[in-house]
Ligand binder design. Sequence first.
Ligand code: SF4
Length: 287
Amino acid sequence: MLVLTYSSITTFRNCHKRYYYSYDQCIKPDKKSWALTDGENVHYAMECYYTGEPVQDILLKLRSRYNENDEKEIYHSVLVHSLFEGYTLRHPANEFESYEPEVKFSIEVDNPNLPEKKFVLTGKTDGRIKQGGKPYLLETKTTSAYNIKDYLDRLTLDNQPDIYLYGFNRMGYSAVGMLYNVLVKPRLRQNSFEADDRFYKRIKKTILNDAKKDTPKYFHREMIYRSPKELADFEEELKQISEDMSQYYPYKNPSRCADWAGCEFKSLCEGGDMTGFVQKSKPHEEL
Ligand code: SF4
């Protein structure tokens, strides 16, 4: 049966060819991107934090996830552990009345126009929380976006809140909204006369100083809501997307090739072979 997730819907909308490579051919680059690695490590640290582990223990564990003999790895380790430490200065570990990490939803949605008359919508949120006695979903994003205002504006209109709130509400968990943490990785450059360890100290100091400000550059929180009418409209949109996905032509969308750090399948679209790609273990590995 056709399975839809936030990632597959976003990929399909952005570029049918990219969707074809990722979800039909089930291939991925043999090396994980730094964006993915940093995001995973921040999620790991957040989960440890909200389940009661001491910050110093989490920082040690974070460091052990990077190779300390590789400059690039050290740079990303410093970024991630500084962002996490900065986050702990702004938000106490006991700020939520309850916290459940990594909660999955999976529902079947009827669509008589599909060969199987229905499809599966599934996903996993970083957490379910309670605040002021009300249930919310929690997500944390790590980004290198140049313009955070644009990033936050896009987040408000993004499909992730629609998908997750619709999915969890259909499962009987009526979340009021989604609380987003957005951690911005600063784009600091190493000066030609600056030693590595001084550069890493500067990164850490910049991030931790920012975390103490009233209006920081690198730490943002947004609460995003959807009304029952918006979720009902989204259900119709979802059905249309499922029909498009069940019968599509994998044409390219060159206007998305340079998005973020660049499309991971660019070499294939340029006529390259499968060097640098491996088979995924399953279409939706993130679940
Ligand atoms: S390189 Fe461009 S056209 Fe090719 S899959 Fe990626 S986004 Fe699509």
